[in-house]
Design a protein around this ligand. Structure first.
Ligand code: GLC
Length: 820
């Protein structure tokens, strides 16, 4: 019927009076006058005004806000009817950074908002927005004016932004999308989803990180589309010359983040969304998980095996079966009669206990958490005020509205019992949120959204983030001085402030090992630094070789945890026979040796926003040949690895960036800027150290702090240049570092063919527990003639591997080594 009327309307030139087929006259029928729903595009700019660092441009009805956030970051917002939504973001706690200098210019053709680094150009005739550097090089340009379409079902608008995709532009980021690093030619959707046994290219998965990096002619910029609704991204997939992002609701609001270095784009993204706090050192050790270890005797047996077999481990996980009927914050007393005693004894043996907590609260009037939540109206409700009920592990459940600050506070307090029992970390799962049978909540579920209210369409992608935020903040309060450890499956941009993440329910296949390497590199470039995969694959059965290769990759995963589903064979590092037990031990030990380096890399992230893993394209973004490289990557800036991703692989080609590198296993010097064929027997994984590095190493320990370190080992790799290395040290598990109670040591290494010098600069207020360093000089290209430490001659002893050992005070200022 409506369609017929429209047809009639189209043919009728008299808009006031419509003549219907039957010849009946309807005067001013409002239905006939309804405008069609169409995409609206911004028209020519009609004028502008300024309020501090915000500039407002209008086409007469729609408005665009251009906000100078910092020298390198500009935010763009669109208000289709001229009224902006309230400025609130879960991702960006504070969008007013300190703005240095900005100014404004206008000529006949355009307006220009300028900072010291970026110029945002707004074309008058067509309202196209573009971003240029100081030299006028365009980094990012609109292809079409921003546009929108009314959403008659839910209100608000579908909002769209279409940018020009330059001919050779490559795209990176976007969270954990399980695909190649360069996402050009692909389209994605962000809608957190429980995706058991996901596949290559599957989309969406568990997390929504609407942030990408464009790289063109060696220059990079970032776009962060801060919109929590279902968002879409098209990277030159539909049209070769266009990149679009759009959403089913909310505001068209994005940040342009200038480079030109990819690393700087990521660092600046972190200035908006925050970094991961420094994890407790133990959380960087090896974690053992399985669905599930129970009863208590099984957990004890597991712990005993680790210690007896001398395989280092710092954390044991309890999956859902530790609870009473899967009721969160309870214990199954038949399986765990005295959890406090068990956790204490595990802790005495160096194990931290991490427990799972899901969002579904069992509907059960005899269960205190349910009663409290019900009484206080903390559970989510449907559009018509019914409770949101659905089935998860405990059966029929209701779900806290974590977007309500009061609910978060309550939730945080619920951990009291677990913390008193000695739990050291919490694992939040199923928080997409996952609901059996129907996937997730229906759209009409209502959320508080921190007072800004919304349906599940708006809150879905932040539900998991707000859950783990509540968990983290609750634990932080309960622990008082100690750093909690938290891990979440679902996330939105900014979740890194509260938790680490793992990639969810992967599969025990070689393809998934490869995928893991891609996903962790991608997460690292998307602002989720503390990430890992289920080592060995969650579902399915890995063979011994795959498991060992996965452990090797795990050493260089920011988060290192083995996990497996309940219907798989038992899977611990010793489950594959003695040969592989020894191999797995060797690599877990390597993780422990590298801990002081790994911890320092995490410090560089926490303090300065550097990513932990760095794809080769990020290290050398100007070399076009690197765009397709995705197997080798750097961990921090001194270690490069290339995990072995195929069965029976005897060797592999590894590209080393320009410069000089040492093969970690034999101190062999290799020239960078090209590929090398590297042998990959099962007991080796390609691993290289940058020339000039000072690599700190711990002795092998069965768990963090097992041994008192009397003298810290520093391996110094010869160089012909000047290279800085950093070592960060502190208590390892308190927040005292926020009060400068830490040491940041800088080692400056300078070398020539016949000499090498090392200078140390120390900042901070912490006191290390050791007095000396064991400095090992690796790969010296000359025979030592003389060694001076702070003007005193000392002797250097060669060891069996050809390295020289010098014992020096931890307070040394300089070491000078001269050849014969
Ligand atoms: C989900 C998680 C998995 C966990 C299981 C049982 O599948 O992704 O890690 O073991 O639930 O809690």
């Amino acid at each position: 019927m409506a369609k017929d009327l429209t047809k009639q309307q189209e043919t009728d030139e008299n808009h006031g009076t419509q003549v219907l087929e039957e010849g009946v006259h309807h005067v001013n029928n409002p239905v006939l006058d309804l405008p069609e729903i169409v995409k609206n595009y911004l028209g020519p700019v009609a004028g502008y005004h300024q309020e501090n660092n915000n500039y407002y441009f209008s086409d007469g009805s729609a408005s665009v806000e251009i906000k100078v956030v910092s020298d390198e970051i500009i935010r763009v917002r669109l208000a289709p009817k001229g009224l902006f939504l309230e400025d609130f973001s879960y991702a960006v706690p504070q969008s007013d950074q300190h703005v240095a200098v900005y100014n404004f210019e206008e000529d006949q053709l355009a307006y220009r908002v300028k900072t010291n680094t970026v110029t945002c150009v707004i074309n008058k005739a067509d309202f196209l927005v573009s971003f240029e550097d100081r030299e006028g090089k365009a980094y990012n340009k609109d292809y079409a004016p921003m546009h929108w379409e009314e959403n008659p079902d839910f209100g608000g608008y579908y909002v769209y932004c279409t940018k020009l995709a330059m001919a050779s532009e490559a795209f990176y980021g976007l969270g954990d999308k399980p695909t190649h690093l360069n996402i050009r030619g692909r389209r994605f959707v962000n809608w957190n989803s429980d995706t058991y046994s996901f596949q290559f290219h599957q989309d969406p998965l568990y997390r929504s990180i609407p942030f990408y990096i464009g790289l063109h002619e060696g220059d990079a910029y970032g776009i962060f589309f801060d919109n929590t609704f279902k968002t879409y991204f098209d990277f030159a997939a539909e049209a070769q010359d266009q990149t679009s992002f759009w959403s089913e609701g909310g505001e068209l609001q994005y940040y342009y983040i200038h480079g030109p270095h990819m690393m700087d784009v990521v660092k600046r993204y972190h200035t908006l969304t925050g970094t991961h706090y420094l994890p407790p050192l133990w959380a960087l050790g090896f974690h053992q998980c399985r669905w599930s270890y129970y009863p208590e005797s099984k957990v004890r047996d597991l712990a005993k095996n680790f210690r007896e077999r001398k395989i280092p481990c710092d954390a044991i996980y309890l999956d859902i079966d530790y609870m009473d009927g899967y009721r969160c914050f309870t214990w199954n007393k038949r399986y765990f009669p005295d959890p406090k005693k068990m956790i204490k004894e595990l802790a005495d043996d160096g194990f931290h206990t991490v427990v799972i907590i899901d969002p579904g609260i069992k509907v059960d009037e005899n269960y205190w958490v349910f009663r409290e939540g019900k009484k206080n109206r903390y559970f989510c409700r449907r559009g018509d005020d019914y409770f949101m009920e659905g089935y998860v592990w405990p059966g029929r459940c209701q779900f806290p509205d974590f977007t309500n600050a009061e609910v978060r506070e309550w939730w945080g307090g619920l951990f009291k019992g677990l913390v008193e029992a000695g739990v050291a970390g919490v694992w939040n799962d199923m928080n997409e949120p996952a609901v059996f049978g129907r996937g997730t909540f229906p759209n009409d579920v209502r959320h508080n959204f921190d007072g800004f209210r919304g349906s599940h369409r708006k809150a879905h992608n932040v539900y998991g983030m707000q859950m783990v935020r509540a968990t983290y903040e609750g634990l932080k309060k309960l622990f008082q001085k100690k750093r909690p450890f938290t891990i979440t499956r679902a996330a939105y941009a900014g979740t890194q402030r509260y938790a680490s993440v793992w990639t969810g329910d992967n599969v025990a296949t070689w393809e998934h090992l490869r995928l893991g390497a891609l996903q962790l590199q991608r997460l690292s470039t998307s602002g989720m630094p503390f990430c890992g995969t289920d080592i060995g694959g969650f579902s399915g059965e890995p063979d011994a070789e795959l498991f060992t290769r996965w452990i090797q990759f795990g050493v260089f995963s920011p988060f290192m945890r083995a996990h497996s589903a309940g219907d798989t064979a038992e899977r611990e590092p010793w489950s594959f026979g003695e040969t592989h037990e020894a191999l797995n031990r060797k690599f877990i030990e390597l993780r422990y040796k590298l801990l002081p380096y790994i911890y320092s890399v995490f410090w560089e992230h926490a303090k300065y926003g550097f990513p932990i893993l760095r794809p080769i394209t990020m290290v050398e973004q100007r070399l076009e040949g690197n765009i397709q490289r995705e197997e080798e990557f750097c961990f921090g800036d001194k270690v490069l690895v290339s995990p072995v991703l195929n069965p029976g692989q005897p060797n592999k080609m590894v590209y080393l960036p320009v410069g000089e590198w040492y093969d970690y296993w034999e101190d062999r010097l290799l020239e960078g800027g090209k590929e090398h064929k590297v042998d990959t027997p099962i007991d080796k994984m390609p691993m290289f150290i940058k020339a000039g590095t000072v690599l700190p190493e711990y002795p092998v320990m069965q768990y963090v702090n097992e041994k008192k370190i009397d003298s810290l080992k520093l391996v110094v790799y010869h160089t012909l240049r000047e290279v800085n290395s950093y070592l960060y040290e502190d208590h390892g598990d308190t927040f005292a570092y926020e009060q400068q109670i830490y040491l940041e040591k800088k080692f400056v290494v300078k070398g020539a063919p016949d000499r090498l010098s090392i200078h140390q600069h120390v900042e901070g207020l912490y006191s290390e527990k050791y007095d000396t360093y064991d400095v090992y000089l690796a790969a010296l290209p000359f025979k030592i003639g003389q060694v001076k430490v702070d003007d005193t001659l000392v002797s250097a002893e060669p060891d069996a591997t050809g390295r020289y050992l010098i014992k020096v005070s931890k307070d040394f200022r300089s070491i000078q080594i001269v050849g014969q």
